[in-house]
Design a protein around this ligand. Structure first.
Ligand code: NAD
Length: 257
């Protein structure tokens, strides 16, 4: 059966890339682009300024790559109409995240900070390696229009690393720096001594390095998204899994075996 998709944030950079590429998948059709701004290309879809203008009967899955405030609106709409929701937008605060998780009592919600398969696997590899190295630092590099820092992916990676280290009983390493001549030189402490450094430059898309160091050796796990098309496969996997029983699922890791 063909999945009819409403893309919230459909006029944005990710929305446009998803609309173009999800339409190329046989069992998917993007039928609504929801955005207060006029999309540059419609890709055969209808433009709506808000999700409340969309007929819920005409949509199977909502995919939201907009911004945190509208994600909350999407979650409420999807819960009300029992429509599956895939969330890619990042930067939600705790209250917004709680609303989204609350909506999952009525419908399926799949949320991920990074839908690219390479990023999902690199998180998995980082968690595998983290217990065996003394120190782990993350460098995330993004385009210069990204509004949140550090990236949602780096926060999620740090959480997985911390969980893996805690499960292995790895202790928190002592921070060696005694004096910062420039504040922030050691990046942000994401807990358990895992530091995150954010780089913003024109020309970049989304990149991340996990640097692991132990006695006499280092390991670098690097992932690069060169183009927004890198997120399409993962979003498609989430869409295929977004119509089952209600519940909240973080990430697409469980769907990639
Ligand atoms: P963008 O600024 O180009 O697009 C955001 C769009 O959302 C804009 O067109 C804006 O008009 C629209 N918008 C704002 N308020 C809205 C509302 N109330 N209803 C509907 N649309 C609304 O940004 P982008 O680069 O496309 O990124 C969008 C989000 O996706 C960001 O949070 C980014 O971090 C995230 N992102 C996630 C992944 C992932 O894999 N999870 C990948 C890339 C980007």
């Amino acid at each position: 059966m063909v999945k009819r998709i409403a893309l919230v944030g459909g006029a944005g950079r990710m929305g446009q890339a998803l609309a173009e590429n999800l339409n190329l998948i046989d069992e998917m059709v993007v039928s609504a682009l929801v955005d207060p701004h006029e999309p540059r290309h419609l890709f055969g879809a209808t433009h709506y300024a808000g999700l409340d203008q969309v007929d819920a009967e005409s949509i199977d899955v909502v995919v939201d790559f907009s911004q945190p405030e509208s994600v909350v609106l999407s979650a409420k709409w999807c819960a009300l109409h029992h429509v599956g929701l895939v969330i890619g937008a990042t930067g939600l605060d705790a209250a917004q995240r709680a609303t989204v998780e609350g909506a999952a009592a009525s419908t399926r919600v799949i949320m991920a900070s990074n839908f690219s398969l390479g990023a999902v696997l690199s998180e998995r590899f980082a968690a595998m390696a983290a217990p065996y190295f003394e120190r782990v630092e993350i460098v995330e590099l993004h385009h210069d229009r990204k509004v949140d820092a550090p990236s949602g992916t780096s926060i999620a990676t740090a959480e997985r690393i911390r969980a893996a280290r805690a499960a292995a009983g790895r202790s928190i390493p002592l921070e060696p720096t005694m004096r910062n001549t420039i504040e922030g030189a050691r990046g942000a402490d994401a807990g358990d001594g895992v530091r995150i450094h954010s780089v913003r430059l024109p020309g970049l898309v989304a990149h991340q390095e996990v640097l692991l160091g132990g006695p006499g050796e280092g390991l670098t796990i690097r992932h690069d998204s060169y183009d927004r098309v890198s997120f399409v496969q993962g979003v498609a996997i989430a869409i295929r899994n977004a119509d089952a029983a209600p519940g909240f699922i973080w990430g697409i890791d469980d769907f990639i075996t």
